[in-house]
Each structure stands twice: as C-alpha cells, then as structure tokens.
Design a protein around this ligand. Structure first.
Ligand SMILES: Cc1ncc(C[n+]2csc(CCOP(=O)(O)OP(=O)(O)O)c2C)c(N)n1
Length: 321
C-alpha cells in the first residue's frame, strides 16, 4: 500500500474507533472514564506518528486516543482500559487519559496539562546521553502551551539540543475558552517556540500530507543531532471537550464554526486528493470502514468479558505496595 493510502487508512481507523466508542459510551453508560475524543483531529496524530519509528517514543495528554493508536498502541488494551478492566493498558487503573503501550513506543499520557512535555524532554535527554538514535515526540493542546512547564521544557531542550519534537494541536479552545481570550494579539504559539531558538512551523493540521511532510523534516533534524523542532498544527475538535456529544452553541462554539470545520474534514480532504490519481479509493474507504467497525466491536466485546481488577490488588503499582 502506498504511504499516502496508509495515512488515510490510519485516520479512518481512528475515526471508526472513536465514533463507535462515543456511541457505546453514550448508549450503554458502562464506561465510566472521562473521554476526550479527537474526532476531526485525526490528521495531526497520524501525520506525526508516520514520521516516527517504533523505537521512538510518544507522550500525550488527556486527548490521547488518536496518538496512542497512530503510534501502534494495542486497540484491545485501550478499550479494556476505558472499561476499567484488568486487561487494560494500565491494568484498568488509568482510564482514557492514562494510556500507555511501551512496546509500541507510546510512553505515557496524563491529564495534568503540560506534564508530559517535560517527561518527553527527559526521555530525549536520556537518548542523547546514551548516544541512541531515537526521538521523543510530545502532543499537547494550545491550552497546555500556557503552562509554565511548557516554557521550562522548551528552554531546556533548546539549550541541550535534545531530539524532541513538540507537537501543539491547536484546536483553538481550552475547554470553552477561545484562544484570543487567552493569548495577546499579534503573538503565536509557534512564535514562542522560536523565541527559544527552536525552528517552528505552523501547518494546516487537517491536511495529513502537509503534517506528515513537516513531521518528517522535524524528525530528521532531531536525528541529525541538531536539536528540537516544533510543530503548531491548526485543527478543531468536533465533539464536546469531554464526553461523546456534539456541543453546538452550549460551550461558546457557534454551530456555524463547528460546521465549517466539519466541512474541512481531514479524512474527506485526503480521500479527495487521492481520488484524483487513485479512483479505487472510494471502494477502499467503505471496506476499511467495515473492517475497523468489526475490529472495535470485537475489542468492546473482549473488554466487557474481562474482569475488573481485584479489590485485593487495589494498591498494586502504588507507593503503598
Ligand atoms: C495543570 C492543569 N490545569 C488545568 C487543568 C484542567 N483542564 C483540563 S483540560 C483543559 C483544557 C485543555 O486545553 P488544550 O490544552 O488546548 O487541549 P484540548 O482539550 O483543547 O485538546 C484544562 C484547563 C488540568 N487538567 N491540568
């Protein structure tokens, strides 16, 4: 399969997984973890992770399903984690904001805004000290770029020329607070990265081909030992901040804005671009959708059939144990 088809296929898989999970979350009321869906934002995770190798490590935030899956994280373990089951990726203790799959190079995620930015810098530092040709990448939102740890981490990474790619998924909102209400006019998140001497590109985050090309550049720079790189990817989440629903007009986001971003759907755009030279892509899309829906149904069934962690093991993995 061509690289371009693979990018589209990965986005379709993530969309199918999240849409199915949103439906069962809403209809069954069985999953009790908070869920932050990336529906509409798939191109950022897919474009960036396609530029990484399995040995490279990704760290995410609360909106991490897409990043985990794009990096090759195990779907069955992810769904079980969302159901709080022992077979989950964090043994049912973490929920959707604490996914991890070390074998796939998805290090960790956390709902503490900005926390994983510093952990990624630490990982990159260890790669540099050991002389390993590995790269760390960290995803975070525009809101997280307002945390102090963002600035400390960028400064340290630039100073020590660490192999880390900072990926800001700028979906313009922190909860219901829009970017212009939070950051001074005439400034930008990528501009702040440049202030630390880090080359930063601002890219259409709903164009998976543009994201993938920019990410390849960023990763190459890291592997050459030239230091960190920064990507600011403009995108938009379609659903509410947390939960499975659409949130037209109730969270400060006018329906017309949401609709205009739905019209810029990263999957539809990539499919349209490919169809010019690859007319079979429409049939492929339908086949992939069937395949991935079946895959997630199976993962949901497996999660439901799994046991919850035993009460006796409640403290396993904590400082108490
Ligand atoms: C240190 C910290 N402060 C505040 C919060 C509460 N909080 C959770 S998500 C969120 C908004 C995050 O916005 P952004 O970083 O842009 O990511 P998005 O949800 O848009 O993907 C906030 C303020 C938190 N989890 N951690």
């Amino acid at each position: 399969m061509t690289q371009r088809r693979l990018l589209l296929r990965d986005m379709v898989r993530i969309r199918c997984v999240e849409e199915e999970l949103a439906d069962v979350y809403r209809d069954e009321q069985e999953m009790r973890t908070p869920v932050h869906f990336s529906i509409g934002q798939e191109a950022t995770a897919v474009g960036v992770c396609a530029a990484l190798r399995r040995v490279d490590v990704v760290y995410g935030g609360h909106r991490c399903h897409a990043q985990y899956l794009a990096k090759g994280g195990d779907l069955t373990a992810m769904v079980a984690e969302l159901y709080g089951k022992q077979s989950g990726s964090a043994a049912g203790r973490g929920g959707s904001v604490h996914l991890t799959d070390r074998a796939a190079g998805f290090g960790a995620s956390s709902a503490i805004l900005g926390e994983m930015i510093s952990v990624a810098v630490g990982a990159a530092w260890s790669f540099a000290l050991r002389g390993e040709s590995r790269v760390a990448a960290t995803f975070f939102g525009d809101g997280a770029s307002e945390e102090g740890v963002f600035h400390e981490s960028l400064n340290f990474a630039a100073l020590h020329r660490l192999p880390v790619v900072f990926v800001c998924e700028n979906n313009q909102y922190s909860l219901s607070s829009p970017l212009p209400a939070r950051q001074p006019p005439g400034t930008s998140i990528s501009g702040r990265a440049r202030a630390y001497g880090i080359p930063a590109r601002r890219v259409d985050g709903n164009d998976v081909f543009a994201v993938s090309e920019a990410a390849q550049d960023a990763v190459r720079r890291c592997r050459r030992g030239d230091g960190p790189a920064f990507l600011e990817l403009d995108t938009y989440r379609w659903r509410e901040h947390v939960g499975p629903h659409w949130d037209y007009d109730v969270s400060g986001r006018p329906k017309s804005d949401v609709d205009s971003w739905v019209a810029r759907c990263p999957i539809r755009r990539a499919a349209e671009t490919l169809s010019a030279s690859d007319p079979g892509i429409t049939d492929e899309l339908a086949a992939w959708t069937r395949e991935f829906r079946a895959e997630v149904h199976e993962a949901v069934a497996a999660a439901k059939a799994s046991p919850f962690p035993a009460v006796a093991d409640l403290l396993a993995g904590t400082y108490e144990s």
